[in-house]
Ligand binder design. Structure first.
Ligand SMILES: C[S@@+](CC[C@H](N)C(=O)[O-])C[C@H]1O[C@@H](n2cnc3c(N)ncnc32)[C@H](O)[C@@H]1O
Length: 274
């Protein structure tokens, strides 16, 4: 009989790959199952030159730069939607390096993400995990942890990195994003990264096919559709760009020399001051 790892929540479907666990594997994490690793291997083979790992690492590096940017702009509270399985450099770690008083609420609906994040946060002040579907903003915003830790009468950052592409056209992602934006006061930020089929439609088609077999099918959006999420906000320079191009801190980050191969748009918008 195979051994059940101590981080594995009871009753989960380990045979259907999930975005959270595939991404965990792509980042070098250990919270994944054979089905996730097989999907990750298929992705690796579908993308040229080992780009699958670069795409994940470039996205994660963008998220970390964006959090540092928001901290530098005075933001001290973060709502991280679709937060994933914790690896290194999670939002609360970056924010707490800046200011331990920063408050962070993570949200995910993958049971492994929820369990491992709760485990990571044991004894950590000013951070909490909400088990919710981001397509239900009322559940997220009304959750006890959100209401206790975040004060939306003050500027905040809502982070939606590599998650909106798991929200289908039928689920009306723009309306969901608008609802989250509606709680933000001037000086707040919206951080988004989103995969696209713009640069390589044939590769994107193969990726969509792989994700159709998972619990989290992928919906690609183009640059215009991603830009639309920032309607009414001021786009922070350099605007909507490939993840490695968003305010790189050095020239050695993942994908820096071939940013379009990330196939992931990244941007940060600010709620305008009156
Ligand atoms: C690729 S990971 C991204 C993790 C992290 N945001 C990052 O960029 O490093 C996507 C995460 O979104 C979560 N997710 C997808 N659809 C979701 C939904 N409807 N509600 C909550 N979480 C969702 C997945 O479970 C997964 O953990």
């Amino acid at each position: 009989m195979s051994e059940v790892p101590d981080w594995q929540p009871a009753g989960i479907d380990v045979d259907t790959p999930s975005a959270a666990r595939i991404y965990d594997y792509a980042l070098g994490g250990a919270h994944n199952f054979a089905a996730d690793r097989a999907a990750a291997a298929a992705l690796y083979n579908a993308l040229p030159e080992g780009d699958a790992w670069m795409v994940a690492r470039a996205n994660r590096a963008f998220l970390q730069r964006a959090v540092r940017y928001c901290c530098a702009q005075g933001i001290r509270q973060f709502l991280d939607l679709g937060s994933g399985i914790p690896t290194v450099g999670n939002v609360h770690e970056i924010a707490h390096q800046w200011d331990p008083a920063c408050r962070v609420v993570y949200v995910d609906n993958d049971p492994v993400s929820v369990a491992t994040t709760r485990h990571m946060l044991e004894g950590v002040p000013n951070a909490a995990m909400v088990d919710a579907d981001i397509r239900n903003p009322e559940a997220v915003l009304g959750a006890e942890e959100t209401r206790q830790l975040l004060d939306f009468s003050q500027p905040a950052a809502i982070v939606m990195c590599a998650v909106l592409h798991y929200v289908s056209f039928d689920d009306d992602a723009p309306a969901i994003v608008e609802r989250y934006k509606s709680v933000l006061v001037p000086g707040s930020f919206l951080v988004i990264s989103h995969t696209t089929d713009d640069p390589r439609p044939e590769v994107a088609a193969a990726i969509r096919k792989i994700f159709e077999e998972t619990s989290t099918p992928v919906t690609h959006r183009n640059r215009e559709q991603v830009t639309e999420f920032f309607k009414g906000l001021e786009l922070v320079e350099p605007g909507v760009v490939w993840t490695p191009q968003w305010r790189p801190e050095d020239q050695s980050g993942p994908g820096y020399d071939y940013p379009e191969r990330s196939a992931t748009y990244a941007a940060v918008g600010r709620v305008p001051l009156p």
